[in-house]
Write a new protein. Structure first.
Lengths: 258, 406
């Protein structure tokens, strides 16, 4: 579904992602670990095609279409979606309006469909009527993002730290809906959706089963493996040590550089 | 003040320049021909019907408690449908009620500037609206001051009185026909909100590039009285300056001003709202949203003067710049004259934020659609204090006028 090849991305003249290659197949969910500042969010933003993230080299192919230079809305129309970690507040634009927009509807009112969707995330009508993200708590931001994705129903979804700042109760709720959005509840052969989850803490992995895990260091994928193994290693030993364990005995170019 | 004295004061102020706004020459404008009265608003010429609608006027008079229409300098229609409501031209009102002299120039000083003086000396009607004590007129009264001829100088004096414990909702539109290249509108409006009474005043200005406009409005609010003003300007105007003032003289008197201005073309607007909090526990809220694009220049003022014990006033003014050749001056002012006051303001002027556009694009909107959603949101002031039906309707009128400019 998504093929990233030798991708190099610059932000404000600074190279953040270097020669990154990653394939995510239909029905797969990948998780990306990495310390703060390693380029995880930059990768997602570049995949979404935000203008400040300049692709200097390489390509991104989505559903067979080269999307490397498409605008964000064009990629979204092809089926990409994103749950933002720090979405901006927009005065006068209600969460309910965002849900309508995500559903691609022109309606200005918040109707029964929207209310029913919101209910699944314990989101009240009052909350739907609040200006999006303005004064939202950490957990409220996550639920609002997931609600918009439920409405949008993308084929490939990126989640930027869906577990940060969320209490235990809500993590379970969010994880449940993420699993549903990503077809995790279906038989592997029936899974149509794909996803890429960024997590610093790894908490969300208790609630969403992934197929592959990667550790990102300094703008590239330093090691990859089974999610359980990588999660365990990262949790117990930290990012760098995990990478070292992954690479033990292997003589890679990357290791030499270190 | 006796009428003779008033005229003397006006005479002395004939050439007095206004404190704010560029000085405009008012001599060249005329009163024009008298227009024939109408039997119903539907009979108003077809070519003007859309202008009425754009100014928030419902020609069918459905869900209206009364209607008033002044075309140029002639009152062509005035009808009341609701008992307890009075509606007529100010000229007729003065013939009917001798006591009305007590209200004349009692909120706005006649010698404020040459425009108020001109309205006294060369008045061409205006409306008088009054709700009787205890009567709650929940359906809105609609009034429209409409200019259809070139070179007209409309010089109206409006007086609105909500007697004790009564309620009055007014939709007023000032409009001008497309055929008019240049005209003048001077409008003095004096509002009196008596004890426990409430007035909501929703005004749509539907001007054009050739209009020079100088409204002069003031409100006197007594104990537990409420005044809410919603002002919408979405069309270009050559020059508009106004600074309506609410005097909260009574205990717990409340005033709210909400202003929405979308200034484009070569529009020049100097618009403010002022609240003078004299009564104990009186409160005011001033909210303004200004968008400036093209070469528009907007001065957005707001002023709260706290004089009464435990008075509370808040100002929130926001500006959005859509061009590098437009200009917004946001000038919020607070004046405190004692300790037990709570006065605050927040002001911000900015552009459409990139990250907000990107966020909306990530939900599938094009850049253009995203910008339009943000602008709508920016102007989306929750209109408070109106009855539900009226609030919905105001929202609709607002959306319609926004649709035209976007």
């Amino acid at each position: 579904m998504l093929e990233i090849r030798d991708l190099t991305v610059e932000v404000e003249g600074k190279e953040i992602i270097r020669d990154l290659t990653l394939n995510i197949e239909r029905g797969e969910v990948h998780v990306l670990f990495g310390p703060n500042g390693c380029g995880k969010t930059t990768l997602l933003m570049a995949l979404l095609g935000l203008p400040n993230y300049k692709v200097k080299k390489g390509s991104v192919t989505f559903k067979g279409v080269n999307v490397t230079y498409l605008t964000t809305d064009e990629r979204v129309k092809l089926g990409m979606g994103m749950s933002f970690q720090h979405p901006p507040g927009i005065r006068g634009v209600k969460l309910g309006d965002m849900v309508n927009i995500a559903q691609g509807r022109k309606e200005e009112t918040i109707d029964e469909d929207v209310i029913a969707l919101a209910k699944r995330l314990n989101i009240s009508i009052e909350f739907l009527n609040r200006d999006v993200n303005l004064g939202f708590s950490g957990g409220e931001v996550k639920r609002s993002e997931i609600l918009q994705l439920l409405a949008q129903a993308p084929d490939f979804i990126m989640f930027d730290e869906p577990d940060s700042g969320v209490d235990i109760e809500n993590i379970e709720l969010i994880g449940g809906i993420m699993s549903e959005l990503l077809d995790r509840n279906k038989m592997p052969s029936k899974r149509e959706k794909a996803g890429l989850i960024i997590t610093h803490s790894g908490f969300i992995m208790r609630h969403v089963k992934a197929d592959r895990a990667h550790v990102m260091l300094e703008g590239r994928i330093a090691c990859s493996g089974m999610p359980d193994e990588i999660t365990k290693n990262v949790m117990e030993n930290g990012f760098e040590r995990c990478v070292e364990l992954c690479l033990r005995g292997e003589d890679t170019e990357w290791r030499e550089k270190r | 003040m006796a009428r003779k004295e008033i005229i003397e004061h006006a005479g002395r102020a004939k050439t007095k320049r206004a404190a704010l706004g560029e000085d405009i020459a008012i001599e060249g404008y005329i009163a024009g021909e008298e227009h024939e009265p109408l039997n119903s608003l539907d009979n108003f010429p077809e070519e003007y019907q859309q202008d009425l609608l754009d100014a928030g006027i419902e020609p069918s008079e459905k869900d209206r408690s009364g209607s008033f229409l002044q075309q140029d300098c002639s009152v062509v229609y005035s009808k009341v449908k609701y008992p307890g409501l009075e509606l007529m031209s100010t000229t007729d009102a003065f013939k009917k009620h001798s006591w009305l002299n007590d209200y004349l120039w009692n909120a706005v000083p006649v010698d404020m500037d040459k425009y108020t003086a001109e309205v006294e000396l060369e008045q061409t009607h205006g409306y008088f609206i009054r709700s009787e004590a205890g009567k709650k007129v929940t359906m809105p009264v609609q009034s429209c001051l409409f200019i259809t001829s070139d070179k007209i100088g409309q010089k109206v004096h409006n007086i609105v009185i909500a007697e004790e414990y009564s309620e009055l909702h007014i939709i007023t539109g000032c409009s001008v026909s497309h055929a008019v290249n240049s005209a003048l509108h001077l409008g003095v409006s004096e509002f009196y909100v008596k004890k426990g009474a409430k007035i909501t005043f929703t005004m749509i200005h539907n001007w054009s590039q050739g209009m020079e406009v100088r409204p002069r409005s003031a409100v006197v609010i007594e104990d537990d009285g409420t005044f809410i003003s919603n002002y919408i300007l979405m069309t270009p105007v050559k020059s508009l300056q106004m600074y309506p003032t609410a005097y909260c003289v009574g205990r717990n008197a409340r005033a709210t001003f909400q202003t929405v201005i979308y200034a484009h073309g070569d529009t020049k607007v100097d618009s403010g709202s002022r609240a003078v909090l004299q009564g104990e526990g009186s409160r005011s809220e001033i909210i303004s949203r200004v968008i400036a694009t093209d070469n528009a220049k907007v001065i957005a003022r707001s002023d709260v003067i706290g004089e009464g014990a435990k008075a509370k006033g808040h100002i929130e003014c926001r500006g959005l710049m859509l061009s590098d050749t437009a200009e917004v001056d946001s000038i919020p002012e607070l004046k405190a004259t004692r300790r037990d006051l709570d006065l605050s303001h927040e002001a911000a002027v900015g552009k459409v934020a990139e990250e907000e556009i990107q966020y909306l694009m990530a939900r599938g909107l094009s850049e253009e659609e995203a910008t339009s959603v943000i602008i709508r949101g920016f102007l989306n002031v929750d209109i408070t204090g109106l009855p539900d039906a009226l609030a919905r309707e105001t929202k609709k009128m607002f959306d319609m006028s926004l649709e035209k400019v976007m």
